[in-house]
Design a protein. Sequence first.
Length: 406
Amino acid sequence: MSPRAPEPTIGLPPGASGVLPRRFLLEAIATGAIAAEDPVPKSNVQPASLDLRLGEVAYRMRCSFLPGTDTVERKLKDHVIDELDLRDEGAVLETNRPYLVPLKERLALPEGIRAKANPKSSTGRVDVFTRVITDHSFRFDEVAAGYRGPLFLEIVPLSFAILVKEGLTLNQLRLSVGKTQLSDEEIASFHAETHHLLLRGGVPVPPAELALADGLFLSLDLRGDREGRVGYQAKQNAPRLNLTGTAPIDPAPYFEPVRREGGNRIVLAPQRFYLLMSDEAVSIPPELASEMTAYDPTSGELRTHYAGFFDPGFGFDAGPNDGSRAALEVRAHDVPFMIEHGQRVCKLTFDHMLEPPDVLYGSAVGSSYQHQEETLSKHFRHPQRRAGTSGGPGPGQQSFPINAKR
């Protein structure tokens, strides 16, 4: 039996606790705690997370699975239907079929350091379900402290067949050590005394109006623009969606506008995918990171979003009226489901950073969704915002002609 390789170190201070910022992620790459045959692009290292890259092959599976006490490589042999080459021009992944892709990155985490994965925002906004699988694991997206081994990504396109290729990034990894999550009491205190985490119309949400229950709830904006548009619905039988290109895509073949009913509400059709916007704006200061947590079935007969990371700096500016609204991916289950303006549908949890990152979410790191007023992903040409009458649109009162060009 060959001796175990030396344990990589990241140089954490004694008693360290928090989410690891960018400089420690770069240290993890330099020391081999995060490794890959191809060098990890520095541009993939975000303020508090790492973009993970697809490898050379995708396995079309007959079903999803967890490895349990086995390795992923051993277990997937029982479930493979076909093998797709992701090199060069890539391959098309069909809807409602699970695929498993070995990722380029692998981990050799030091003892005590754990990891968690989530889809990138752009992945969720095109209704592509992803989750990371590791060897000897009974859970998706959670990587045990001290894990040493490969990473695999399960991909299930739900609304559109997608073209993907080697090197594409669909999800992110965050490293943590110690106790990181803020309690409800700590969230309320931070919002009131240190930095306003939620704003509405440029004004901090009063502390008494915060909805807290193991995290901070967000609500829906269903007032929309002057024409009553509140978001988008994915079209059925849409063309293949190319996720590998750089030129913006016309959204018209893929999404159609959704308009509110009287009373600022809409009825979701079963199993259809919607992109909506939060009523509140979120502001994540440098000392915190956040996550939109997985769906809570007590909120109704709908899935309110894919889980996702909010890195330090999201919606954060020097001025008092900072904040960026959150895009919400929504799907009803088996019956039509009515949702109303202001309905609480999703929740943010907050974690302490080990230290503030050296760069924040925003234009400096190529972030796509700072101060967003549009729910479509970065893959699409965003409809032009039309100036309003009588002084222009106010909060929640923008007008977006769907086929307008930039």
